[in-house]
Design a protein around this ligand. Structure first.
Ligand code: NAD
Length: 253
């Protein structure tokens, strides 16, 4: 898939990894639909990126809003070629805290609803739009990139809900690639390590330094541009499919 002229739909596109991806797609000659919460910076980002970007406010855990938002992007730009599911939340709580408090079931459900069910809902509408694309080289019609986490593989204390939601995304990868082969749609999953985004806001300097130290090489936090570059590689390399890729400087939590 060539990036110039490609149409992306990026959830969580107003901040962090999603924002980096939206910027890269437009900078390299593509178009992008930024799906994020109404309260996000999505409108300002789309205005900054210009006519090749549109903001479609939606909560990924709301079926009606998702259907409408995906349709808005397909209507505005005539197609969807790549869907990057970066919307997510990462609450932290132990199943039984040291004070003896139980993990809230609502928090667990909400995390799975947004991170896992929301990802699936967006991608199912996106692949329906992709199925209408004229097939390109080797019959390719589209690409899905889902965002899990190293916490899907090595979850820490306090990450039960987050790890469960991200583990589901990892497990989805191969069956989705198999389901969508008929349509020429590839499916990839990224497991980022520690990335310098709003998700890390509130982490003090000492803790940040400790997180950086876990990286084998390079000794720095990941950046949105690192993630966006990986998405670009997936777009351009049509043999890569059905795989889970760590983007983590060899960190092991
Ligand atoms: N930052 C990290 O260290 C890290 C590591 C591994 C995985 N991830 C994953 O990367 C993805 C992107 O996170 P980020 O680091 O860029 O964080 P971020 O907070 O900068 O961006 C997340 C975006 O998702 C949006 N969002 C949250 N809930 C939503 C909902 N219900 N509907 C629509 N949009 C919603 C937010 O408004 C925000 O713009 C997330 O799935 C996160 O779990 C992040």
């Amino acid at each position: 898939m060539r990036i110039p002229g490609a149409v992306g739909l990026v959830t969580g596109g107003a901040s962090g990894l999603g924002e980096g991806t939206a910027r890269l797609i437009v900078e390299r000659g593509g178009k992008v639909g930024i799906l994020d919460l109404p309260s996000s910076q999505g409108r300002a980002l789309a205005a900054e990126l210009g006519e090749n970007a549109v903001f479609v406010p939606a909560d990924v855990s709301d079926e009606g809003q998702v259907e409408k938002a995906v349709a808005q992007v397909a209507d505005r730009f005539g197609r969807i070629d790549v869907c990057v599911n970066a919307a997510g939340i990462s609450p932290a709580a132990r199943v039984l805290s040291r004070k003896g408090e139980l993990h809230s079931l609502d928090t667990f459900r909400r995390t799975v609803e947004i991170n896992l069910v929301g990802t699936f809902d967006v991608l199912r509408h996106a692949v329906a739009a992709m199925s209408r694309n004229e097939p390109g080289v080797d019959g390719e019609r589209g690409l899905i990139v889902n965002v899990a986490s190293v916490a899907a593989l090595e979850g820490q204390a306090g990450q039960a809900a987050y790890s469960a939601s991200k583990g589901g995304i990892v497990a989805l990868t191969l069956p989705l690639a198999r389901d969508l082969a008929h349509w020429g749609i590839r499916v990839m999953t990224v497991c980022p390590g520690i990335m310098d985004t709003a998700m890390l806001a509130g982490t003090d300097a000492k803790r940040r330094a400790a997180l950086v130290d876990l990286n084998v090489f390079p000794k720095r936090l990941g950046r949105p541009a690192d993630f966006a570059q990986l998405v670009a590689s997936f777009m351009e390399n049509e043999l890569i499919n059905g795989e889970v890729v760590r983007l983590d400087a060899a960190t092991r939590l």
